[in-house]
Ligand binder design. Structure first.
Ligand code: B4P
Length: 193
């Protein structure tokens, strides 16, 4: 069983590399961004609330997102036992502490954190490009800059949090998707055994 966190700034390739990791290791994919966008599409109460934050480039409040994650884990109990990739969660220290607690209560833990490291201009270029192609409401330059600021202030401290626990695997996230994935597999080889 392998529980992975895929970590990085907006546009670092979390979603892209998650797809590869899922097919390679047969993991359950939990993307909090995807869960929130699904709620927005269905017009649920949660979706209406989440949209107010996402469109401003802010994080959805911790309490809300932690409850969502606990619910998704409960709804997918059997699959979660085979291993999970957490994509876009945790994004704050309280979320990381909640993840430790939620997994601990289920008799498991985070085995590794894959940190995709990409320079800022490349992140902006990727997200502006995606915004033009997909029309995602938060992929416009002003919101992207706000998301990056939020990342630096609230999310990047998690790097140290996981380094202290010996779980952080730094991956250079620029290059072809295949090459980056090969680096991730190499970094995970040691913990797979
Ligand atoms: P997310 O959906 O997680 O959005 P994101 O950080 O932009 O990541 P995403 O997965 O979409 O992009 P990726 O790095 O794969 O969150 C959206 C919003 O939801 C947040 O801003 C927040 O408001 C809210 N939210 C979500 N989770 C939350 C939480 N835990 N707490 C609070 N709020 C939360 O980048 C992919 C782009 O790069 C693609 O266009 C791809 O084609 C391109 N790309 C990937 N690899 C590449 C490569 N090697 N070369 C060139 N381009 C590449």
């Amino acid at each position: 069983m392998l529980n992975l966190v895929i970590f990085g700034a907006p546009g670092s390739g979390k979603g892209t590399q998650s797809e590869r990791l899922i097919s390679e290791y047969g993991l359950l994919h939990i993307s909090t961004g995807d869960v929130l966008r699904d709620h927005i599409k269905r017009g649920t109460e949660l979706g209406v609330t989440a949209r107010q934050y996402i469109d401003k480039g802010q994080l959805v409040p911790d309490g809300l997102i932690i409850d969502i994650l606990a619910q998704v884990l409960d709804d997918n109990k059997e699959r979660a036992c085979e291993g999970v990739i957490f994509d876009g969660f945790p994004r704050t220290i309280p979320q990381a502490q909640a993840l430790e607690r939620l997994l601990g209560e289920r008799g498991t833990k985070v085995h590794a954190v894959v940190g995709l490291e990409v320079d800022e201009q490349e992140l902006i270029d990727r997200l502006v490009k995606r915004g033009k192609e997909s029309g995602r409401s938060d992929d416009n330059e002003a919101t992207i800059r706000k998301r990056l600021e939020v990342y630096h202030n609230q999310t990047s401290p998690l790097r140290e949090f996981y380094q202290e626990r010996g779980l952080y695997k730094a991956i250079h996230g620029v290059g072809t998707i295949d090459d980056i994935f090969a680096d991730i597999k190499r970094a995970l080889a040691a913990i797979e055994a």
